[in-house]
Design a protein. Sequence first.
Length: 119
Amino acid sequence: NTYIEEGQQLTSEAWGSMLKLGDKMGTVYEDFKPLEPAFSKASGAAELSTNQGLLSQLTHCVRSLLSSNTILDVLGSALSSAIGVFGQIKDAIVSIVSKLGGRRLRDAGAEGRRLYDYN
């Protein structure tokens, strides 16, 4: 794989994970809406613990939120790999530049090449 192909693959994986995460968080938000009134009340904790439907909805929301961990793992892995690719690109560029710069310095000698030295 070339850097470009690998970068495209990693970008595609990361983008797909971001879309899945966005969908998941949208679903969690919609599922949480019926619970908002209970959370806005001072007696909301008592209402949540005594109302079977609200407690069930809260449990569903928490489980759904926790299940997004797998999406975050895929996203983290793709981003970590992308960092590795960028590191390889940086190392290659630094190597090329140092070789070019080093050759110029070697050719010039310790004091540098001067036109007036040639008589």
